[in-house]
Write a new protein. Structure first.
Length: 141
């Protein structure tokens, strides 16, 4: 794919999120100098149709997804003070928990998809059938 046809993630974040979540991914990661990537069944898939991310791209994504840090300058100040940010947001009708941190002075984001459906106890497998107890002293006929 040539550079001219590659997409900028900041212009197509909603489309990217929609495409990735429809595939059933659990996490999305944005890191400096890397392509956007998403984890599907434990395997990271790189989306090479998008440009490699710059620090400005990462700051823009944070500013566009954080309710009160809606400017790149505010994001820079918050990261320099706290070194990490944790928040939740909605992108393309999907709920996400977002963790932001610094690696070698550059921001990175990990976005975890939060399901809107509340799982049942059966879905979670929380009910375990009790084991039958047997007496070890006496053998049953």
């Amino acid at each position: 794919m040539t550079t001219e046809t590659m997409l900028n993630i900041t212009d197509h974040l909603n489309d990217f999120v929609e495409e990735a979540t429809q595939e059933g991914i659990s996490d999305i990661a944005f890191s400096p100098a890397g392509h956007p990537r998403a984890r599907l069944n434990g395997v990271w898939k790189h989306y090479k149709a998008y440009h490699r991310l710059t620090e400005k791209d990462l700051l823009t994504i944070i500013a566009n997804t954080h309710q009160s840090l809606n400017e790149e300058a505010k994001v820079r100040v918050a990261l320099s003070e706290h070194q990490r940010l944790n928040y939740s947001t909605v992108i393309a009708n999907w709920n996400f928990r977002i963790n932001v941190g610094l690696s070698n002075g550059m921001p990175f984001l990990i976005m975890r998809v939060i399901s809107r459906e509340v799982p049942t106890i059966d879905d979670l497998g929380l009910l375990v059938q009790p084991r039958k107890r047997t007496c070890r002293r006496w053998k049953t006929p």
